[in-house]
Design a protein around this ligand. Structure first.
Ligand SMILES: Cc1ncc(C[n+]2csc(CCOP(=O)(O)OP(=O)(O)O)c2C)c(N)n1
Ligand SMILES: [Mg+2]
Length: 629
């Protein structure tokens, strides 16, 4: 029997397939609905994609929207944030020309790779015919004829292919989708598209364009691993749960709460896992690790078994493996690579179903009542302390620090009668703020703490805010960003204005790379090359960036406020506005929240002419004694 075919170019077939893909998406309230899997395509055209992919996208724009941004890294970051906000159930594709457009996306690919987030990268590539070689922007290898700039994507994607002949798309494209929708493998994929191949016509089987609805897999635990996991937990008297991003991506928050309550186990949250439990849940100890709360870190030091759920156990989460390395470790993770870390006991399963299975296996076993009671006390104490820290008014004449800014941002919701900002999504990535927000931000709903602290990529914030807003237009998206990160990449602010996707950017200007300056001093170094005023050479001019003017020049409404009280008023106004906002406030880098925290391994020179470095090195060796091998 003849299969029906349709004659299309490679680019047209790719776009038609993407437009046809649907996924069964579970919303945070538990409803499921079938929605387009690909929310759209971010695109900056060049000769490498305008004629091929550009033509195909234009034809399908009613079904698969195309969005123009200003920088390939920015638009890829927005696409990644879109997927994160959708708990990895929906993606965006990103296409660039060959060469610089493509390599601009390599940083974003690495971000998505580290953070286990899906994004479909479609860079143009050099001619397979090789006839025009070297085409404009072609990287020429003297030895390897098949090497192009796109090979940079190989180490930072979970799947890479170069489409050199039309039929290949029939295999490579479904495979790319499979990788992105698999909970264990999930990450960025790259299909490099040589510009001539994009334009080649082929007779495609029509059924290729009727793909099955994507349903996300939830692998259950094996009975042997389950029994061993239950045995280990039952041996505990003082267990502690460390909740990671996997709890959120598996939408396991109700099961986590039920598990913690049933067995009396307190919960601490990693950066990616913050929001797994509501901030005021009586067993939520708050953030753990280097940016951890005193409640969580105190119990981390005392616990006998750590039950890690859906976490990569990165150095900030483990206090560089010195905070709770004494405890036995049980790791529930859908990815065996993570479940097997630190010689812990593995429980390979989906977080939601694994928690239910393990809960059933534990029966009515409970942690020591005194341990649970202590956890509740510490959690309540920390909630009160957060109020105190964030509602503090800085003394007259002194600059505020991040905690006070966080308080003003939060309280401004209540000022205009909103639910204390319960649905606000905060977006952040690097600098001082990740530590302050991890400790002090109040997450009422899963997903309203949107932090890239996996790649901690400066410049993610504004673009990430745009992506989050595209995923959740009904929520208030508040980007909190330092002056350094803002300067690194802010141009998608203009895209947010153009697309009518309002974001509020709260910019904390402490005139430089404050967190790195403090790290430098802590490592015994001298102030050097971090704060702007320390970086003016002979004959140079002090930096005087007008951030509000910068925001306005990109089309946003912007104001430079004089203090936290004015910030709170301006935030209330900004919440009512429809256009993107930039609120700039001067802050100090000298103050941070001293409560909590843990050691973080940063290597200190073994020899130096500076006595401060030698002293820091001695402290470093001392701290390393607590680190387990
Ligand atoms: C792309 C990138 N480059 C460099 C770094 C290293 N880094 C981390 S935070 C930081 C300074 C951030 O400055 P700012 O945004 O002003 O925040 P602050 O620490 O001053 O609050 C630097 C340079 C990074 N995380 N990402
Ligand atoms: Mg700064």
């Amino acid at each position: 029997m003849d299969r029906k075919t349709v004659r299309l170019t490679v680019a047209q077939a790719l776009v038609r397939y993407l437009a046809a893909l649907k996924a069964e998406v579970t919303q945070p309230d538990g409803r499921t609905e079938v929605l387009p899997y690909c929310g759209g395509v971010f695109s900056i055209f060049g000769h490498g994609n305008v004629a091929g992919l550009g033509e195909a996208l234009q034809a399908e724009k009613a079904v698969l929207p195309t969005f123009r941004a200003h920088n390939e890294q920015g638009m890829a970051n927005a696409a990644i944030a879109y997927a994160k906000t959708n708990f990895r159930q929906r993606i965006m594709a990103v296409t660039s020309s060959i060469g610089p457009g493509a390599t601009n996306m390599v940083t974003s690919a690495a971000l998505a790779h580290v953070a286990r987030l899906p994004v479909l990268l479609l860079p143009g590539d050099v001619f397979v015919s090789r006839l025009p070689d070297p085409v404009l922007q072609q990287v020429e290898s003297f030895e390897q004829g098949d090497l192009s700039a796109n090979d940079c994507f190989r180490p930072v994607t979970r799947y890479f292919d170069r489409i050199t002949t039309p039929e290949q798309l029939l295999v490579a494209l479904p495979r790319a989708i499979q990788v992105m929708t698999d909970p264990a493998q999930c990450g960025p994929v790259c299909l490099a598209l040589p510009q001539d191949v994009q334009t080649f016509a082929h007779d495609w089987p029509e059924d290729f364009f009727q793909p099955e609805v994507i349903r996300f897999r939830r692998p259950p635990a094996e009975s042997r691993e389950l029994a061993a996991a239950a045995e280990l937990l039952k041996s505990a008297k003082k267990p502690l749960i460390v909740a990671g991003g996997g709890v959120l991506y598996s939408q396991a928050w109700a099961e986590l709460a039920a598990f913690a309550e049933a067995h009396g186990i307190p919960v601490a949250e990693s950066q990616a896992g913050k929001g797994s439990l509501a901030w005021n849940h009586p067993l939520n100890l708050g953030s753990i690790g280097v940016t951890g709360s005193p409640a969580a870190n105190r119990l981390a030091e005392d616990c006998d078994v750590v039950f890690a759920v859906g976490t990569r156990l990165q150095d900030f989460t483990t206090g560089s493996h010195a905070l709770y390395a004494h405890a036995k470790l049980l790791s529930l993770n859908v990815q065996p690579f993570d479940a097997g870390k630190k010689r812990g006991r593995m429980l390979v399963a989906d977080a939601r179903d694994g928690l239910s299975q393990l809960g059933a296996a534990l029966g009515d076993w409970k942690a020591d009542a005194a341990w649970t009671a202590q956890a509740r006390d510490l959690a309540a104490g920390w909630v009160a302390r957060v109020t105190e820290l964030t509602l503090n008014t800085p003394a007259a004449g002194t600059l505020p620090y991040d905690a006070e800014v966080i308080g003003a941002v939060r309280e401004s919701a209540a000022d205009i009668g909103l639910d204390s900002g319960a649905s606000d999504i905060v977006v952040c990535a690097a600098g001082t703020l990740p530590a302050e927000l991890h400790k002090l931000w109040r997450s009422s709903m899963p997903g309203n703490y949107h932090m890239d602290y996996a790649y901690s990529c400066m410049g993610y914030e504004v673009a990430g805010g745009l992506g989050a807003k595209m995923a959740r237009p009904e929520r208030e998206v508040i980007v909190m960003v330092g002056d350094g990160s803002y300067m690194m990449l802010n141009n998608e602010l203009a895209t947010s204005v153009m697309l009518g996707r309002k974001i509020i950017v709260v910019l904390l200007d402490n005139r430089g790379y404050g967190c790195i300056e403090r790290l430098q001093l802590k490592s015994g170094g001298a102030s050097f090359n971090n704060m702007l005023d320390d970086c003016i050479p002979e004959g140079g001019v002090p930096s005087a960036i007008d951030f509000a003017m910068n925001g306005r020049s990109l089309g946003a409404e912007a104001v430079h406020v004089k203090d936290v009280a004015e910030l709170r008023r301006e935030m209330a106004r900004a919440r009512r506005a429809t256009r993107s906002q930039v609120l700039v406030i001067d802050t100090t880098h000298h103050r941070t929240t001293g409560d909590g925290g843990a050691w973080w391994e940063v290597a200190v020179p073994q020899v130096s002419q500076r006595p401060e470095v030698e002293a820091a090195h001695a402290r470093y060796l001392d701290a390393k004694k607590k680190q387990f091998n």
